[in-house]
Design a protein around this ligand. Sequence first.
Ligand code: ADP
Ligand code: TRP
Length: 320
Amino acid sequence: MRVLTGIQSSGTLHIGNYFGAIKQMMELQNSSDLYIFIANYHSLSSLKDADAVRKNTIDAAITYLSLGIDPNKVTMWVQSDVKEVLELYWILSAYTPMGLLERAHSYKDKVAKGIGANHALFSYPVLMAADILLYDANIVPVGKDQIQHVEITRDIAVKFNNEHGDVLTMPEFKIDETVATVPGTDGAKMSKSYGNTIDIFCTPKQLKKQVGKIVTEAVSLEEPKEWKDCNVYNLCKLFLDEDGQKELQQRYKKGGEGHGHFKMYLADLITDEFKEASEKKEYYENHLDEVKEILAFGAEKARKNASKKMEIIREKVGIL
Ligand code: ADP
Ligand code: TRP
């Protein structure tokens, strides 16, 4: 079973991303043939600063490796290291009806937000289809906003297969419904676009500031407190097992501690959870050659798959 996903190199990851997506990848790497690539060609559709594109690409690799992606279990590479994907992108374009792309929410949303409409932004789903179909992915774990892109991939694959036989593997998207939405500091969904995040990697000072922003009920120190709808409790909960949660509920019910204490407790939980990852991150930042070696090794393996697949596809469409 091949599971494939692309990661955007769009900067700082928050604990919503960690519990909502990254933890899932950690589990998948133990149970499947997991392929992960950094979608740097995709990033060109909205990012024009070359240094930023370069830095984001390597930062994404460092972040995922630090958080526990194991290069011995996972094939991890940079999208642009396997050029076949662009060839397939063009071929698939010829099997993509315009209407399919015109209906894409993601394109419409980005244009509505004022991101300049360019052709890459419009044809983004075709490149994503190439990413998926080039490697015969069976399962594509994505966030809800990406479901339509996987559906477009399936539509393109059907068009192609109708013409040429059973060449392209039909992928399924995978959403982890068990993951609850992680709340941000204001209680709404944590999202980098809402400015309510708590970042995975930040200095103790930044962490204190972000945790300090969490909105809480105004009650005196002595009074018992309600844990059920408390934003601090709901965030602490993510890091605690059942006993830990019960213990914390008792502290809320007992009174004598303010939300400031619970926020400090949360900051400690976050620091502990990411302590090892922070150390690894520092290590990789100082050993970039090692990171590049991991990516080169992954690219080599991905390229082998890609070139075999492209031979079949070229033959089918008549490219000599
Ligand atoms: P953001 O909303 O900060 O832009 P992304 O859309 O880049 O986050 O999300 C990347 C991944 O993290 C997706 O798989 C998404 O489902 C997951 N994710 C993002 N925010 C949350 C959250 N608050 N709770 C759970 N999962 C989240
Ligand atoms: N579009 C995806 C995102 O924004 C990233 C991506 C690119 C991707 N190619 C992919 C995800 C292929 C899954 C499969 O998150």
